[in-house]
Design a binder for this molecule. Structure first.
Ligand code: DON
Length: 563
């Protein structure tokens, strides 16, 4: 007979050693009817309060997004843009593109000097890095189509938050203090975010409250026309920018058809171009479905290898074919064709790594020639959204507008500034993502909704640049193939490959050293120092008993609030 004191450890070993093991399961916030999960508790609370007052998921989006612009200035914004994917309770789906656009004066060689050298900093820091912001246009577009409560009522909580202030978390204090001097140098003087802060301090932003008040009173034109637009244009031009009032007046958000694919009994609905997220995620799932991943142990060398090889191929296609569909023909159907995806994996061997130098973009049969934050919301009626919004790098272009109270994006760096030259995420691109006036830069943002057997199952997404796509993939695989509860699936360590540079990034010290050794022996270059964290996934899942689980990523200060 086994002594009692050994029962628990033995059970643990048995659970962990079986192939498709059930985990010691972390659970998120479980509630009956509604859930908001975002990067900050204040934003999730504001979204949930709007739902409690009878607002729908789109009303909650407006409150949550503006609250993030106040209390999560690292990525929450009105100076940037984003994407929203929705699935209504009746099963209809759609998506909104409120991505930034290149100003009219932008051109292919905007960041090259007279000798053709790429001037790295100009696409990342200061006014020239800024794309025409889309967030306010996006929110008003959402409200016009789907909003149920008056817009002033949805903006007011963010005005109050900006006036009353929010409490600085430890992570936030570290970040603000780290970036303060560069914000000061770029913005040309001291401002709200150049002061030193410590955990527990309160930050009030009355300038942003005033900007919101003008927008609440004057509507979308309060931002894109008139005094605010004039201020934005002259402020940016004083900081080497080229955005003018016509660029702002011409900005429009676009409704787009999402990318939909299937994986086993799941239907995945995600963002299409100008995001690469939906296409790459669908390619990955398509390449992986033929290989029986569920027979492999989670995070075993075989499991990691096959995912890495699929990622290598999807990112090679991304770099060649994907760009703004209003400017280039994106061969979405061919890229998602199952025969094509099968053929892409035909040279895969489990014996060794396929070097990226041997993997180009795929040949399509009839191709004509190309710091971010995520939140997920489900309302009591069962409508769901997944929204990823960004100013690109942490604090965007590091350009803080003290008069209007917000940071500007550095989204222009997401263009391919010079073919073959990597951007800040190490991504390389070509002609399809070259800079053109009015064009949207290619994104990796992957706000995604998953149906199981035709019903809503999950809404998810994450920041993380190129790692967004692979983080979303891994959470879907963790839940679908390994039956993990949502929170556990989010907590699990993550890895990433993006074709170039040819290396696999792993969250440090979280993977079995023998597994890493075995991958190294097959020729994979392993990096554990590149990223301390990979992704920061926020998600909502319908549980087997019909309730909602809110999964907030412990890698950040993220919070799920439901009722
Ligand atoms: O659109 C994109 O793909 C990037 N601008 C996203 C940036 C991002 O996720 C930064 N966060 N870590």
């Amino acid at each position: 007979m086994i002594p009692k004191r050994l029962l628990l450890p033995l059970l643990f070993v048995a659970l962990c050693s079986c192939q498709n093991h059930k985990y010691i399961q972390a659970r998120g916030v479980i509630k009956d009817s509604a859930m908001v999960v975002s990067a900050r508790i204040e934003a999730s609370t504001i979204g949930a309060e709007i739902l409690k007052k009878g607002g729908n998921v789109f009303d909650a989006m407006i409150g949550t997004e503006l609250a993030l612009a106040v209390c999560y200035p690292y990525a929450g914004n009105i100076g940037g843009g984003g994407f929203m994917v929705y699935r209504l309770a009746d099963g209809s789906t759609g998506s909104l593109d409120y991505r930034e656009r290149a100003p009219a004066a932008a051109h292919k060689d905007l960041y090259l000097d007279s000798s053709g050298h790429y001037q790295q900093d100009l696409s990342k820091i200061g006014g020239l890095a800024v794309g025409v912001p889309g967030t306010i246009a996006g929110l008003f577009e959402v409200h016009e189509k789907f909003g149920s409560l008056p817009i002033e009522m949805l903006i007011q909580p963010a005005i109050d938050l900006a006036n009353n202030g929010f409490v600085v978390t430890e992570q936030q204090a570290q970040r603000i203090n780290k970036y303060g001097s560069i914000i000061e140098a770029t913005s040309g003087g001291s401002s709200l975010y150049t002061r030193p802060y410590k955990t527990g301090d309160t930050i009030k932003n009355p300038a942003l409250a005033k900007t919101f008040t003008t927008i609440a009173q004057k509507g979308v034109d309060g931002f894109y026309r008139g005094p605010i637009a004039q201020h934005i244009s002259s402020f940016l031009q004083e900081h080497r920018g080229i955005i003018d009032t016509t660029d702002l007046a011409n900005y429009r958000a676009q409704w787009r058809t999402p990318i939909t694919t299937t994986f086993q009994d799941l239907t995945i609905i995600s963002m299409g171009p100008p995001s690469s997220g939906g296409i790459c995620l669908s390619q990955l799932l398509g390449m992986l479905e033929d290989h029986d991943l569920s027979t492999m142990a989670h995070h075993s060398s075989d499991y990691i290898q096959i995912i890495v090889e699929a990622e290598r191929r999807a990112f090679a296609d991304r770099s060649h074919y994907l760009g703004d569909p209003d400017f280039v023909t994106v061969p979405s159907a061919q890229l998602l064709d199952r025969d094509y995806l099968q053929q892409r994996m035909s040279d895969f061997t489990s014996e060794k790594a396929t070097p990226s130098s041997e993997i180009g973009y795929g040949t399509l049969p009839t191709y004509e020639s190309d710091e971010t934050t995520h939140y997920s919301i489900v309302d009591p009626k069962g409508n769901a959204i997944a929204v990823t919004t960004t100013i690109n790098g942490g604090y965007g272009a590091k350009l803080f507008d003290d008069d209007l109270g917000f940071f500007y994006n550095n989204e222009m760096d997401d263009f391919s500034a010079k073919p073959g030259t990597p951007n800040m995420f190490g991504l390389v691109g070509g002609q399809a993502n070259a800079i053109e006036p009015g064009k949207r830069m290619l994104s990796s943002m992957t706000p995604t909704i998953v149906e199981r057997d035709g019903a809503f199952w999950m809404s998810l997404g994450t920041p993380g640049g190129s790692t967004i796509i692979t983080s979303v993939l891994q959470v879907i695989l963790n839940t679908q193939l390994f039956d993990m509860p949502l929170q556990q699936a989010i907590n699990e360590p993550r890895f990433h490959h993006q074709w170039l540079p040819d290396m696999v990034r792993f969250e440090p010290q979280r993977f079995d050293s023998l597994v890493l050794k075995s991958l190294e022996n097959k020729g994979y270059v392993i990096h554990q120092k590149e990223s301390t964290i990979i992704g920061k996934v926020d998600a909502v899942m319908r549980t087997a008993d019909g309730r909602l689980e809110g999964g907030a990523d412990p890698r950040g200060d993220d919070a799920a609030i439901g009722f």
